[in-house]
Write a protein that binds this ligand. Structure first.
Ligand SMILES: Nc1ncnc2[nH]cnc12
Ligand SMILES: [Zn+2]
Length: 329
């Protein structure tokens, strides 16, 4: 049995495996510019975040109907369950779908067909986090929040993703204020490729409760001190960092130094179909490459539930934490 864990940084569109991409392409009559799944996998050699995003957005063309989103989410949940995931807070990118003429209801209702009974079917409780694309305008983000209004009973929070450099958090001040007024939780990608100042800005201007990636905080000791003091969780994605070349090799990943500094780190998969592994694979990879022992792994698993948005179900959080504490490696 794998170590129980929560996954807090997972883009549902990034779980689209080549086999499912081709199946959905055939179902929807969408032509993909790759001969087969092997040819597609060959394209998974990324220079940086942007080179990945180009393929990530291109492949979304196969996602068209509620059933497509349901199948995508069910495939992820089955894989995640097999790797010990007991709770998943799942990002989705509505603007990337709205721009293709796929409506907000198609996306949210489709995802919900899988998430609605995920606890019974897969043993995974779930939350949905709607991300704004930071390389689109602030006006577009606000329109997206408006479009989500009828679905807010199914959306726990908002996030910020896509190309980071040149798109500082301050650009989204108003939409985050509006999201907060609607009672939504707030997170944002910051310090993945962008500078530590973006992390500080996400905290000060957007009021985020959790930072996605946050890797580059290590360049600013005062920021590290603040993140430790305020117990701000970081959702790290080690295999993603290697594939997108923010870290040269896994053995150089700053995770051990971050844990030693007292940061509330979690380990997640980001876009597992593209980066070589799901949540459990990321745990296994850091355990091997960084020599993390059992107590460090247990700490990471505990952190994932502590950092989760389970305030509305403290009983489940306590049950999951008890499972982690009772786990024998
Ligand atoms: N790692 C990542 N960083 C920013 N935006 C993303 N969208 C999907 N994956 C992402
Ligand atoms: Zn991400």
């Amino acid at each position: 049995m794998p170590l129980p864990k929560a996954e807090l940084h997972l883009h549902i569109e990034g779980t689209l495996e080549p086999e499912l991409a081709f199946e959905l392409a055939a179902r929807n009559g969408v032509a993909l510019p790759y001969a087969d799944t092997d040819a597609l996998r060959e394209a998974y050699r990324f220079e940086d975040l942007q080179s990945f995003l180009n393929l990530y957005y291109e492949l979304m063309a196969v996602l068209r109907t509620e059933r497509d989103f349901e199948d995508l989410a069910n495939a992820y949940l089955a894989r995640a369950a097999a790797q010990g995931v007991r709770h998943a807070e799942i990002f989705f990118d509505p603007q990337a779908h709205l721009a293709r003429g796929v409506g907000m209801s198609t996306v949210v209702d489709g995802l919900w067909r899988a998430l609605g009974d995920s606890e019974a079917r897969h043993g995974i409780s779930t939350r949905l986090i709607m991300c704004f694309l930071r390389d689109e305008s602030a006006e577009s983000a606000m329109e997206t929040l408006e479009a989500a209004r009828p679905h807010l009973d199914r959306i726990t929070g908002v996030g910020l993703d896509s190309a980071e450099v040149g798109h500082p958090p301050v650009k989204f001040r108003e939409v985050y204020e509006a999201a907060a007024a609607l009672g939504l939780r707030r997170v944002a990608h910051a310090g993945e490729e962008g500078p530590p100042e973006y992390i500080t800005e996400a905290l000060d201007v957007l009021g985020v409760e959790r930072v996605d990636h946050g890797l580059r905080c290590m360049e600013d000791p005062a920021l590290v001190e603040r993140l430790v003091r305020d117990r701000i969780p970081l959702t790290l994605c080690p295999l993603s960092n290697v594939r997108l070349r923010t870290v040269d090799v896994l053995a150089d990943h700053p995770l051990p130094a971050m844990l030693d500094a007292g940061l509330l780190c979690t380990v997640n998969s980001d876009d597992p179909a593209y980066f070589g592994g799901y949540a459990g694979d990321n745990f296994d990879a850091v355990a091997g490459a960084l020599g993390l022992g059992e107590e460090r792994l247990r700490e990471l698993a505990r952190n994932s539930f502590v950092a989760s948005f389970l305030e509305d179900d403290e009983e489940r959080r306590a049950r999951c934490l008890a499972e982690v504490d009772a786990y024998t490696f």
